[in-house]
Design a protein around this ligand. Sequence first.
Ligand code: OAD
Length: 258
Amino acid sequence: MDKAQETVIKEVKQLIKQAKRVCILTGAGVSAESGISTFREAQDGKGLWSQYDPKQLASLDGFLKDPEKVWQWYQWRREVNQDKKPNPAHIAISQWQKQAKASGKQQVTLVTQNVDGLHQQAGSDPDLYEVSGSLVELHGNIWQNHCLQCGEKHSDDVTGTQQVPKCKPCGGQVRPSVVWFGEALDEKKWQAAETAAYCCDLFLSIGTSSQVYPAAGLMMLAKSQGAKIVEINPEPTQSTVVDYQIKGKAGKVLPLVF
Ligand code: OAD
C-alpha cells in the first residue's frame, strides 16, 4: 500500500471514530473473497452477467416463459453458495455493528444488495428495520422462496428440488425471494435504507459497481445531506460524490479501518 493510501486509511479511521450515524452499502465485491462471483466484472469471464442473460434469468418475464430454467439456475446458485463462508469483510462489519450497539454511541445500518446471506451468517441482524443498526437485505435472500400467486413463504421445504415447487395452499408456482429486474423493492426495506442514507453523517460504499438503481442513488442522497462518502473497491467507480477512495479488497481493508 502506498503512502497516499495509508493517509486516506488514517483519515477514514478518524471519520469512523467520530461518526454518529453510519450507513454502509455493500455489493457483490464484499463476497468475492468468499468465492462468490460478482455480476459485472470480467474476472476471466466469470462475472455472472457475462455468462448468463439477466433478462432470461432475473426477470419475471423470464420466469413466466421458462420457470424450470430460472428455478434451476437459482438452485445451482444455491449449491455454489452453500459451502461459502463469511470473509474478514463481513466479520469486521458485523463486529463494528455489535460494538456500536453495545456502546450506544453510534448507529451502524448495513444495507446490502447481496442475496447470499453471508452478512447474516457473520452476525449482522437481518431486517429489524425499526431498529437502526441492523441489516437490510434490499434485493432479498436467495435462501428464501415464496408463492408467485398468494405470497406464502416456502423456505426450507423446497431446497434441492429441480422441479418448480407448487405452493401447498394454492397450487401456485414457488419462486426465489430475490428482487428481479423491473420489480419494485420491498417498501419497508427501501424506506429503512433511505432513512439510513438520509440521516447518516458517514456513508461507506463497499464492493459495488454503483450501477444498479435505486440502491446506487443512496450515496447521492447521503451526500446531499452533507455526509462524507467513502468507497472501498479495488477498481474505483466513476462516482463523482466520493470523498475518500480506498483502492483495495474489502477483506483486506475493512479489518484495518474499523
Ligand atoms: P457488480 O458485479 O456490478 O460489482 C461488483 C463490484 O465489486 C465491482 O465494482 C468490483 O470492482 C468490486 N470488487 C470486486 N472484488 C472486490 C473485493 N474483494 N472487495 C471490494 N470490492 C470488490 O455487483 P453489484 O454492484 O453488487 O441485482 O451489483 C448490483 C446488483 O446488480 C446486484 O445486487 C444484482 C445485480 O444485477 C439483482 O440481482 C437485483
